[in-house]
Design a protein. Structure first.
Length: 373
């Protein structure tokens, strides 16, 4: 059996840095398995492939190599590689060469030597067959996530809340997130006609997906089965395990029968809430809303006996007095996400959630539970 030549390739700093940045988000620096702090580097078919994973999420970036190269695969410390490549001058050329149990990087007068671990021990997600495949405009994918991701739970014991629910049905795709105190819902039209499916994408994967779709691709390929989800752009692939469990029935959470409907200028409401929040209780972030006639009184106080009050003009045909408390951060998250000049608030009573919507578009809906003050 002939001797295998060690891997070698040459490329520009920018060509190398982009895929390293793309896959670094999946890598955990502190992990029980040292190899998971490494990045897998593989050269085949005149392409460079870089992989980062934490076993639950896998990111693969690729770049075409123009210069002659020698195929191979090895793993190197991810953060050190990233820091080295980033620190080199713009448009520098880098030669990467494997030498026994080290890799050497050369660029101009700079020389670096990094330790390696065998690629044979690098974990990869098992092969799986997609049940659903679709191609979405990047703008559609971004709109779904931007409108809902802020309402995901973070490290909740109810693990199914620590992610974003995607639901397909007919020619519609919906995104829903809730942390048990508020809920965000939005939907977008798609060209394909799909059966009803639900999948819960983990929070970390949503964060990485946001980074992917900010890279100006016109479209993104989505595929999934009961246990895995994959998103592919022209040069990066994200694969993750889905969260098991049953997501709450969001239709039961959406308030029904609200008869107190308020419309208010979005920016005026946003500014009033932001100013009032300055003197709210730092721990509970509560503000009190008083509806009466054509005005909305927003007030807050804190343990230091400091107080804030704002009065905002509203359109409120029912004119029925109502006093109710909310977490100001939850209200601001919803109002900040809506693009319209006016927002609609629908109330039932002072014990029930408020429904926050755009006055001209019913794609997105936000539910915020009340709090006692």
């Amino acid at each position: 059996m002939g001797k295998v030549n060690p891997m070698k390739f040459t490329l520009s700093r920018e060509q190398f840095l982009t895929p390293i940045q793309s896959v670094s988000g999946a890598i955990e620096r502190r992990h029980n398995l040292p190899i998971l702090s490494n990045i897998l580097i593989e050269v085949k078919h005149q392409h460079l492939f870089l992989t980062g994973t934490d076993i639950e999420v896998e990111l693969i970036g690729q770049v075409q190599l123009d210069a002659p190269c020698i195929e191979g695969r090895i793993t190197v410390p991810a953060k050190k590689l990233f820091d080295i490549v980033r620190s080199l001058p713009e448009h520098a050329h880098i030669t990467f060469e494997q030498q026994e149990n080290k890799v050497r990087l050369k660029s101009g007068r700079s020389r670096f030597s990094l330790t390696t671990l065998s690629a044979d021990g690098y974990p990869n997600l098992e092969a799986w067959q997609a049940d659903v495949e679709m191609t979405l405009p990047t703008s559609t994918c971004k709109a779904l996530i931007d409108a809902t991701q802020f309402a995901m739970a973070n490290q909740d014991s109810r693990h199914y809340l620590n992610g974003l629910l995607l639901e397909t049905e007919g020619q519609e795709i919906r995104a829903i997130a809730t942390d048990g105190h508020r809920l965000a819902f939005t939907c977008e039209s798609i060209e394909q006609n799909l059966s009803k499916k639900q999948l819960i994408i983990p929070r970390k994967s949503i964060t990485e997906l946001v980074r992917l779709i900010d890279q100006q691709d016109e479209s993104i390929q989505i595929s999934f089965c009961d246990t895995y989800f994959r998103a592919t752009t022209h040069n990066t692939t994200l694969t993750c395990k889905l969260i098991e469990g049953r997501f709450p029935d969001y239709n039961r959470v959406l308030p029904k029968g609200g008869d107190k409907i308020v419309t208010v200028e979005r920016e005026a409401m946003r500014q009033a809430l932001m100013r009032t929040s300055i003197l709210s209780n730092e721990k509970f972030r509560g503000v009190r809303l008083n509806l009466e006639g054509s005005t909305l009184n927003i007030s807050a106080n804190n343990p230091e006996q400091e107080e804030a009050e704002e009065i905002v003009d509203i359109n409120y045909p029912q004119a029925e007095a109502l006093e109710i408390g909310f977490n100001v951060g939850y209200l601001l998250d919803a109002i900040n996400t809506l693009p319209s000049k006016e927002v609609k608030l629908t109330f039932i009573d002072n014990q029930s959630s408020v429904l926050v919507e755009d006055t001209h578009c019913n794609k997105a809906m936000y539910v915020v539970m009340p709090m006692r003050l």
